[in-house]
Design a protein around this ligand. Structure first.
Ligand SMILES: [Fe+2]
Ligand SMILES: [Fe+2]
Length: 271
């Protein structure tokens, strides 16, 4: 604050309050300076927060990528789950901001697999009860890793990691939540993850056709999945499949997961 303004404020403060000045033009000038200073401070704070968010996103997406690698995946699954979930959020009327956050949060759903021993994660054939329990814990580990951050997108990612194996009828894990107890983000990602995983080649089986996967999805309406979400997916299935094919054709690199503008592909797809 400059010295004239300080003197003026000291002189008039007791009588008129802290913003009293000798004349209104001095007051306006001072207010103008305050406003400019405040705007600059807010801008700097927002820039710093954005940089922190980007750094967090880079680190955690990389960790998710490492977890997916161990599960014999190419990484495109992560990209597809993000963009298809964003489309889903958009179709069910979520805000642009929430939809954009889900695109970043959804690819981290299996980050907790980083904590699962290879002996379990890569075991061919069925699991014993104990091994199944270890495997199921990837949800809790994931939520622990992501929940360390207070940034909203990671809070959302922690919710998704924790609840993407909960089932609408209460038969899922880790908590056996049912219906709308499961956050909408977890319900959306569960459905997209299921459909996408079925329609890709795995080491232990070939991909199911889209038609077969849709039949399997319909069978889980009201069981694994929120019936209303299954209906929305079926209604817009052409749009989902078109977007998925575009993602596959674009052969986007890993860095695309980190670019806020990577939803360009989604915009081009018409939402
Ligand atoms: Fe999972
Ligand atoms: Fe997945």
């Amino acid at each position: 604050m400059d010295s004239v303004a300080t003197t003026l404020m000291q002189q008039y403060e007791p009588r008129y309050g802290s913003l009293a000045f000798a004349d209104s033009s001095a007051a306006l000038a001072q207010l103008g300076r305050y406003t400019a200073d405040l705007k600059r401070l807010v801008r700097e704070k927002e820039d710093a927060l954005r940089q922190i968010e980007q750094a967090h996103l880079a680190a955690l997406t990389l960790l998710s990528r490492a977890a997916e690698f161990r599960d014999d995946d190419t990484g495109v699954h992560m990209d597809r789950v993000g963009l298809l979930s964003q489309l889903f959020a958009h179709l069910i009327g979520r805000s642009e901001e929430e939809s954009r956050m889900l695109r970043m949060a959804a690819p981290m759903h299996d980050i907790g697999k980083i904590a699962i021993p290879d002996a379990v994660l890569k075991k061919p054939g069925g699991y014993s009860t104990e091994e199944r329990q270890v495997m199921n814990n990837h949800t809790v580990f994931g939520a622990e890793i992501l929940g360390q951050s207070e940034i909203p997108v990671f809070q959302m990612a922690a919710d998704v990691a924790l609840t993407h194996h909960e089932c609408w009828d209460g038969s899922g894990y880790p908590a056996g939540l049912r219906g709308s107890q499961i956050p909408w983000t977890g319900r959306v990602v569960a459905l997209i993850d299921f459909f996408d995983a079925l329609t890709m080649d795995r080491v232990y089986r070939k991909a199911f056709s889209d038609e077969q996967a849709l039949v399997m999805l319909a069978e889980q309406r009201g069981r694994k999945f929120d019936p209303e979400l299954v209906d929305v997916f079926m209604q817009h299935v052409d749009q989902f499949i078109q977007l998925r094919d575009e993602i596959n054709a674009a052969a986007r690199d890993y860095a695309a997961l980190l670019r806020p503008d990577s939803s360009q592909l989604a915009r081009e797809a018409g939402f």
